[in-house]
Ligand binder design. Sequence first.
Ligand code: UFG
Length: 332
Amino acid sequence: MNVLVVGGAGYIGSHCVRKLLDAGHRPVVLDNLVFGHRKAIPNDIPFYEGDLGNAKYVDNVLDKEKIDVVMHFAAFAYVGESVTNPLKYYDNNLAKPMNLLKAMLRRDVKKFVFSSTCATYGTPEKLPITEDTFQNPINPYGQTKLDMEKMLKAVSVAHGLSFAAFRYFNAAGAAADGTIGEDHNPETHLIPLAIDAAMGKRPKLQIFGTDYDTPDGTCLRDYIHVDDLSTAHIAVFPKLDEPGQAFHYNLGTGTPQSVKEVINAVEEVSGLKVPYEEAPRRPGDPPALYANSQKAQTELDWKIQYPDIKSTIETAWNWSKNNPDGFGDKEN
Ligand code: UFG
């Protein structure tokens, strides 16, 4: 399949590009490089540097390349910033993708894979979270993702678009061969920050909240390997053959890990100490989020390759050790 990967130079998109190549597909990347890294994309695949806000440019890409499926990874994802600057999120995560959908429909491209998030559930009443759990986002980031899901559904009903929305839990890890990995600027995620602290690149990790109603008082999350996310995106292709279909899948391991357990795992894997201090809760953090991913495992030809946190952290550690400055193309 010819697959347009929008945001293909970003963390999850670039891993998906590798998996598409492994599976014999032909990825084409469109990325504005605001957060993406040119170096994350192999040189020999088609790469278009452009923004979804430029409708003409998007049209040109779709005219030039014969595309069968479109994947979208190009959202902004800083929860705190979405609260202080919501319009930036509504613009990038909801308005700009409309140009993409319009360009697709004009050319009869009707298969779409969307990266959604567990943030669409807000603070769930029951755990683990299934796809039927009520979606009630508590910040504009999660709201824009939920609105995208609803917009896709409406387009599916009206125009026969077939789409899958994958609700990711906490994406983590790096490619097994250590060639690409996580390099955000600014970095806010627990695992890379804990590794940086272990390596002495940052003075101390802060644990945001130790008084939650959880076994050790720190928040529980579900860390899923970025390659496991990627293979699910490809495993869903056969489902999209029939027009007008809508699929929603949680992607997590189903095993919750506390912040302290993650720190312990980083110490075990790296053989280094993670210096940390206890800090107040981070506003907007739900105490516990973990998935029931049974639906994806039953309905798709998809198996989790990294079920335990240590194997995921090993790949992240390998990437950080060999690439202490990440891709080295952005100021930190
Ligand atoms: N944490 C710390 N210290 C840090 C960073 C994080 O204690 O320096 C804690 C957080 O409080 C949280 C856990 O580690 O309990 C994980 O935090 P991350 O920032 O790594 O991930 P989040 O769970 O906050 O965010 C993820 C995705 C978002 C998504 C969100 C849904 O990265 O895109 O889940 O809640 F919106």
